[in-house]
Ligand binder design. Structure first.
Ligand code: NAP
Length: 247
């Protein structure tokens, strides 16, 4: 018996990193998972890995409203409704103050904030009473992160959205929480910050546990927030960061 048996989940940005590990974990705990991303071949691999009878991949970009509509139509067409929504898709990019371009700003806000707002909004008719929505924040929302001011601001926006969405949906019995990972060993992080010895050492030095997280460690907490075991939690932010935001 898995703790998510009989539940249906949607994970955006599940072709890589934290989203991929989370989709696998939710499926391992018994959920049927809908997974999205822009890379079709990767999506096909993810579905094959989980099992075509346990997962559906939908090729979609979270910055495209018509794509989000297609995602929700596919979930609706399955007749399952949604018990779990993990609005995870996001991107990072380094741009120190003085080098911030409008393109950098809009790309990060459209993806990391707009993508979450419209995914949650368009999922509303499908979310069942008792369902769990989890937004992907970051510990950089509450810490200075030189070179990443716009990215950090998108994650501060997520933290704020999580609170207000939770208040707006509490009457429907829908919980909304934010998960805030610290530096996690994913293609996304290493692609942005760099995968050299010096870059890794600098990231590790920022974590009291003295290492990067594995995506599976974040996925374990995500599965807890998705499950009824966290039934008295809403509007919260949970840091999965080896102590980085605490001391
Ligand atoms: N890794 C960390 O240290 C860390 C720390 C704190 C927070 N986070 C957050 O965790 C989330 C996942 O990041 P990650 O590190 O796992 O990065 P990742 O390995 O690059 O994965 C990002 C995922 O998002 C998808 N994605 C990106 N833009 C998209 C778009 N426009 N539409 C649909 N899907 C899109 C990507 O799929 P496609 O390329 O196939 O579209 C991919 O599956 C992000 O929100 C990130 O900000 C990460």
């Amino acid at each position: 018996m898995g703790q998510l048996d009989g539940k249906t989940a949607l994970v955006t940005g599940a072709t890589s990193g934290i989203g991929l590990a989370s989709a696998r974990e939710l499926a391992a705990e018994g959920a049927y998972v809908f997974v999205t991303g822009r890379r079709k071949e990767k999506l096909d691999e993810v579905v094959a890995g989980i099992g075509a009878d346990r997962a559906t991949g939908i090729h979609a970009d979270v910055t495209d409203l018509a794509d989000i509509d297609r995602v929700m139509a596919a979930v609706e067409g399955s007749g399952r409704g949604l018990d779990i929504l993990f609005a995870n898709a996001g991107i990072g990019e380094v741009a120190p103050l003085g080098e911030i371009t409008w393109e950098h700003f809009t790309q990060l806000f459209h993806t990391n904030v707009g993508g979450v707002v419209f995914t949650v909004q368009k999922a509303l008719p499908l979310l069942k009473e008792g369902s769990s929505v989890i937004l992907c924040g970051s510990n950089v929302a509450i810490k200075a992160s030189p070179g990443m001011s716009v990215y950090a601001a998108t994650k501060a926006a997520i933290r704020s959205l999580g609170r207000t969405f939770a208040a707006e949906l509490i009457g429907r019995g829908i919980r909304v929480n934010t998960i805030a990972p610290g530096p996690t060993e994913t293609p996304g992080l290493l692609g942005v910050v760099g995968d050299g010895e010096a870059e890794r050492a600098a990231m590790v030095a920022s974590v009291p546990m003295n290492r990067l997280a594995r995506p599976e460690e974040t996925a374990g907490v995500l599965a807890f927030l998705a499950s009824d075991r966290s039934s008295f939690m809403t509007g919260a932010e949970v840091h999965v960061d080896g102590g980085a935001s605490q001391f």
